[in-house]
Design a protein around this ligand. Structure first.
Ligand code: PMP
Length: 462
């Protein structure tokens, strides 16, 4: 028996049955997977797509609102929503319209249009920071903000929380183990020592935070206001305020990455909790599902960026490359879609619909846990909620990842069971997201299918 309360042999038998069910139910996905192996490395266009709980990738035919349809004709209620890329639902009508409007008007010129100006104004109004830049992904936003932070402060060390994820930015690929910063495991082709200029500390640990900052070499703390990539971990009351206070005290910048937590409120946790960061990052859903990232900064940072550029330019005699930007960043299609998203999709009404549904889902998870007498817990934040295989919500990345919380095989077995019954939740942990097209009936279906999964698991002799 594991700490999750479900026996490994039950999980194994259950998984075997569900894998067979998936194969029998999805002949077209199986055939496409077979064909794909001849041309796509690993049979998928991006290698993560082979990492789901299904025996072969589930091939999607189309998606709209809170639903998608696979190539075998099954309908799914989507609580993953492209892991937040389509947090406001698949192909919202205003985004579909914006794509068709821009489609025949030029997609990328490396020049701005009026949409860019409107987006800048809308971003300032939504998020409260005065100045904005547009990138292609949240990963890029974080990478560029880090360059600015290092240049502005003339310090090299980046501080992050153990278990963080901010995209495939080399500098964040570190963990905290026994008081030390170590490289994150699994990195492919890593050439240089990531621990030289990156430091990792536990989340919710004010003493560790102060000790790390007090060394005087930290350019910035880059953090999510609540961790969402190692399971969900909420900040203890006042912790994020401490992050602001202590970064200021030790001359380090505060970068808040709201790429996932933007599901909490229209201004993210930053606005809700009054966090006052130096830089603010969002990607994924900001252009309604079309690739786009943004970062904003305070007036003080904008001034410091100008001074930094001047200094760099003088040192390089006006030549050289900033090391930031990509050709397709802020392209016309992305800008037109971001404008439509900010004006018509990412609205208070959308949040007013999503938030109570997520609450209903979290309450449903809690009642299931009670009903089956499991030692599990539920963590919720805005439109996002998650059940975790540990008795109390984790306080650090290490706790979230501990065997009890992160029982991989059980998690994969449950996800596969749900997929076989037309429900998708975020892979690798148990996070769910409600969108403006999700209904109460959708939420209730997830609860009842999860109830059924747990009942069947518990009925298998251990
Ligand atoms: N920041 C956070 C908090 C994220 O969760 C992610 C992706 N999961 C990213 C940045 C990177 O986003 P992308 O992969 O779209 O660049």
């Amino acid at each position: 028996m594991t700490a999750s309360g479900i026996s490994p042999s039950a999980v194994e038998a259950f998984t075997q049955r569900e894998r067979e069910r998936f194969i029998a139910r999805n002949p077209k996905s199986v055939a496409l997977a077979e064909r794909a192996r001849n041309s796509l490395y690993g049979g998928v266009p991006m290698h993560w797509m082979a990492d789901w709980s299904t025996p072969v990738p589930l091939f999607v035919e189309r998606a709209k609102g809170a639903r998608f349809y696979d190539v075998d004709g099954h309908e799914y209620i989507d609580f993953c929503l492209g892991d937040t890329g389509t947090m406001f639902g698949h192909s919202p009508d205003p985004i579909a319209k914006a794509i068709s409007e821009q489609g025949n008007n030029g997609l990328s010129t490396m020049l701005p249009g009026e949409d860019a100006v409107v987006c800048g104004e809308l971003l300032a109004a939504h998020f409260g920071l005065p100045f904005w830049q547009v990138t292609a992904t949240a990963t890029d936003s974080n990478r560029y903000v880090l360059r600015w932070a290092r240049e502005i402060t003339q310090r090299k060390t980046l501080l992050v929380f153990d278990g963080c994820y901010h995209g495939t930015v080399d500098d964040v690929m570190v963990r905290y183990r026994d008081g030390e910063t170590v490289p994150r495991s699994g990195l492919v082709g890593q050439a240089y020592d990531l621990t030289q200029y990156s430091r990792s500390i536990p989340f919710n640990d004010v003493a560790a935070l102060e000790a790390a900052l007090a060394q005087g070499d930290v350019c910035a703390l880059l953090c999510e206001p609540a961790m969402t990539n190692i399971g969900m971990v909420l900040p203890e009351p006042g912790f994020m305020q401490k992050c602001r206070e202590l970064t200021r005290k030790y001359g380090s910048l505060l970068i808040i990455d709201e790429t996932h937590t933007i599901s909490t409120d229209i201004g993210g946790c930053t606005k809700l909790w009054n966090l006052d960061p130096d830089f603010f990052v969002v990607g994924k859903p900001i252009a309604g599902g079309v690739p786009c990232g943004i970062f904003g900064c305070s007036a003080e940072m904008a001034e410091a960026m100008t001074a930094a550029r001047q200094r760099v330019s003088e040192n390089s005699h006006g030549h050289g490359h900033s090391g930031m930007g990509t050709t397709l960043s802020a392209n016309a299609l992305a800008m037109h879609c971001m404008r439509a998203n900010l004006e018509q999709v990412m609205t208070p009404a959308a949040y007013a619909h999503m938030l109570p549904l997520a609450k209903r889902l979290a309450d449903g998870f809690r009642s299931l846990i009670n009903k089956h007498d499991l030692k599990w817990s539920v963590t919720e934040l805005g439109a996002r909620s998650e059940f975790q295989f540990c008795p109390v919500s984790p306080k650090t990345g290490a706790e979230a990842e501990a065997e009890a919380a992160f029982h991989d095989e059980l998690q994969r077995a449950i996800h596969l069971y749900l997929i076989n019954r037309g429900i998708l939740i975020t892979p690798f942990h148990n996070m769910t997201l409600c969108c403006p097209s999700t209904t109460e009936a959708d939420v209730d279906k997830l609860i009842s299918m999860l109830d059924q999964a747990i009942s069947e698991l518990l009925a298998i002799p251990g």
